[in-house]
Ligand binder design. Structure first.
Ligand code: DX5
Ligand code: ZN
Length: 221
């Protein structure tokens, strides 16, 4: 099992002080920066694009940036984000006409490739591509907004996916995104996840380091 990674979603950060917020959360123990890209088309909200990713790199942020594309179409954004400094890029299968091609574009651009599955998207969309993915992002809320409640049926989905990955002898990471807090992260880890996105739980807390260390401790039990 992979070591757990905490990936704060900057969707809940203070955008007026974004560089500082990202620095602080990394100093507080975050492993990866989760970057939620929303286009008001695939999801009913609008966030930020490649220029902001580039601005974080220019600011000196060297941690991995995990770009979660909630956009349609997908392919035109892949190269732009790779050039802007993304380390990992995931997209939603419903948003791409050619799954395999989009995955290949991410890899050709030198990034790790992930597929993001909504709560209502079945695991069988992975059938023909699982072995090509570096990670699968399981949404535990419907995409579009931070601060929603974790959908409990995700736990069984994580277990099923973990079983499939193990049976196939793969090394694919399982990232879970939405509604993760200090009091449910232990269950999400126990189900088989190894990368944990948390937006509001971290950025709405007064003590980023305290919250991240509570999360890490909850996963040891
Ligand atoms: C939702 C985003 C999530 C979200 C997580 O569409 O993909 O990354 O911002 O936020 P919380 O942790 O507040 O649910
Ligand atoms: Zn996300």
């Amino acid at each position: 099992m992979h070591a757990p990674l905490i990936a704060p979603s900057i969707l809940s950060a203070d955008f007026a002080r974004l560089g500082e917020e990202v620095e602080n959360v990394l100093l507080a123990g975050a492993d990866v920066i989760h970057f939620d890209v929303m286009d008001n088309h695939y999801v009913p909200n609008l966030s930020f694009g490649p220029m902001i990713c580039q601005a974080l790199r220019n600011h000196g942020i060297s941690a991995d940036i995990d770009v979660h594309l909630m956009v349609q179409p997908v392919d035109s954004m892949i190269e732009a984000f790779a050039k802007a400094g993304a380390s990992m890029i995931s997209f939603h299968p419903e948003a791409s006409l050619h799954l395999d091609r989009s995955i290949q574009l991410i890899k050709d651009a030198g990034c790790k490739a992930g597929l993001a599955l909504n709560p209502g998207t079945p695991l069988h969309v992975l059938d023909c591509v699982l072995d090509k993915l570096d990670y699968v992002l399981l949404m535990s809320v419907n995409p579009g907004f931070g601060g929603q409640s974790f959908i409990d049926s995700t736990l069984a989905k994580i277990q099923q996916l973990k079983q499939r990955i193990d049976q196939a002898g793969l090394n694919t990471r399982i990232e879970v995104d939405g509604g993760i807090k200090t009091d449910n992260i232990g269950d999400v880890r126990a189900a088989g996840a190894d990368m944990f996105v948390a937006g509001s739980a971290i950025f709405n807390s007064d003590d980023y380091a305290g919250t991240i260390s509570k999360m890490k401790n909850a996963m040891k039990q």
